[in-house]
Design a protein around this ligand. Structure first.
Ligand code: PLP
Length: 424
């Protein structure tokens, strides 16, 4: 089935529920009916709801829907994109081991994956994701994951996905792609051989900035890849915290199952059923919105490129952009989503522009129907050190736009009046 159809129907049995809209199961717990059913659910002999920290019927539908859209085998929804990134890595790497992290990623992912995770004894090694030429040299026996963004926030860079996947396969290492900005409508990393996709569903999937949520999706046959893979004993040895359960012996998608049964059970960054429901509403219109975001962003990128006060524009859909070839290769119809950035040379000038726009709001979010303007270096990347900023190419004069669903000509007029002010 086509994605447009899947986004509206996948995972929901209307006949069973009898309602056109997916119901919200706003409940903490479930009536098992009998002691036997309760015991069977805990023993995984029978799958069904146990307690909303672990699973919920509304969230189940969100998970089934994203699984269908990403063409995966299973998914788990969590409280936020940050929780998704953390669990996706913690499921693979343990104390004393390392992960390889792309240099161009979201600020929160930089702090999480290269700093906070150090407290758990996991070392991050940063690689050049544009080319991945240094990737192989960073791998050793303790390397457990390769993490990158398909369209990076905020640089909007596209990594050399094929090369990353090829090297990962050679060493039997799991790859994780954050597909938040591209969305499953424009790119399916799992079809390119990536093992795990994570999303901040708070962005384009929500679509109007009303819910925080994260998603983790695993590819088909990832269970077989993990089974007997010496890099991942946690899937092949008895889990003492689950009465000796060996994940690799189960007939389920074990990567996401272990996140649910071990990490969400114990750490508990669970999505609320109401947020799952909001994200289901968002998914229904994602294909229409992402096309509109992309077309408007291209129009605006062309305008900015022609403006004398703009030093450079970064948008992979723009001909001549360094990401253009990759955008044509990887993204559906070359549509490049709604994020773009431009450089005006200094923080002072960037600030003036932020303070002069009228339709754009000064907000740190992306993927909203409302257009957003951000100065990354002083906000989303503020806690990132100068050295890491340089490495992630977030310059002082970089202004990031998240193009909303307003009329593109109105947005251009707004940017034009801001740029044409004398002091800039
Ligand atoms: C926002 C974002 C995150 C974090 O997601 P939250 O839902 O805000 O926790 C992760 N990755 C990318 C690319 C993002 O834009």
């Amino acid at each position: 089935m086509n994605k447009k159809t899947l986004a509206i129907h996948a995972g929901y049995d209307k006949d069973k529920h009898g309602t056109m809209a997916v119901p919200i199961y706003q409940t903490t717990a479930y009536d098992f009916g009998s002691a036997e059913t309760a015991a069977n659910r805990f023993a995984l002999a029978e799958l069904g709801p146990i307690y909303t920290r672990l699973n919920n019927p509304t969230t189940d539908i969100l998970e089934a829907r994203i699984t269908a859209l990403e063409e995966g085998d299973g998914a788990v929804a969590v409280a936020s994109g940050q929780a998704a990134s953390f669990y996706s890595v913690a499921n693979l790497a343990r104390s004393g081991e390392n992960i390889l992290v792309a240099e161009k990623i979201y600020g929160g992912s930089i702090t999480l994956l290269t700093h906070t995770i150090k407290q758990f004894g996991i070392e991050a090694r940063v690689f050049d994701s544009d080319n991945a030429d240094d990737l192989e040299s960073l791998i050793d026996d303790k390397t457990k994951a390769i993490y990158f963004e398909t369209l990076s926030n905020p640089q909007i860079a596209i990594p050399n996905i094929e090369k990353i996947v090829q090297i990962a396969k050679k060493y039997n290492i799991v790859t994780i792609a954050d597909n938040t900005v591209a969305t499953p409508i424009l790119l399916n990393p799992l079809k390119l051989g990536v093992d795990v996709v994570v999303h901040s569903a708070s962005k384009y999937i929500s679509g109007n900035g009303t819910a925080i949520g994260g998603l983790i999706v695993e590819r088909k046959d990832l269970s077989a890849f993990l089974k007997d893979n010496p890099r991942y004993p946690q899937f092949n040895e008895p889990d003492e915290s689950y009465h000796g359960l060996i994940y690799a012996s189960l007939p389920f998608p074990i990567y996401t199952l272990r996140i649910r049964l071990a990490f969400i059970r114990d750490i508990g960054a669970t999505i609320s059923p109401f947020n799952s429901w909001l994200l289901i509403q968002g998914l229904e219109t994602l294909s229409l919105r992402i096309k509109e975001h992309s077309l408007s962003a291209l129009k605006i990128a062309k305008f900015l490129k022609s403006h004398p006060k703009v030093k450079s524009v970064s948008y992979p859909g723009l001909e001549g952009d360094k990401g253009y070839e990759k955008a044509q290769k990887y993204l559906k119809d070359g549509l490049s989503s709604g994020l773009l950035s431009f450089d005006v040379g200094s923080f002072e000038k960037a600030k003036q522009i932020l303070n002069s726009t009228k339709i754009f709001s000064v907000v740190v979010n992306i993927g909203d129907s409302k257009s957003i303007i951000t100065h990354s270096a002083s906000t989303t990347h503020q806690q990132v050190s100068k050295e890491d900023l340089d490495k992630s190419f977030v310059t002082e004069g970089l202004v990031r736009l998240s193009i909303g669903l307003e009329d593109a000509d109105d947005l251009i007029a707004d940017l034009k009046q801001a740029l044409d002010k004398e002091q800039i």
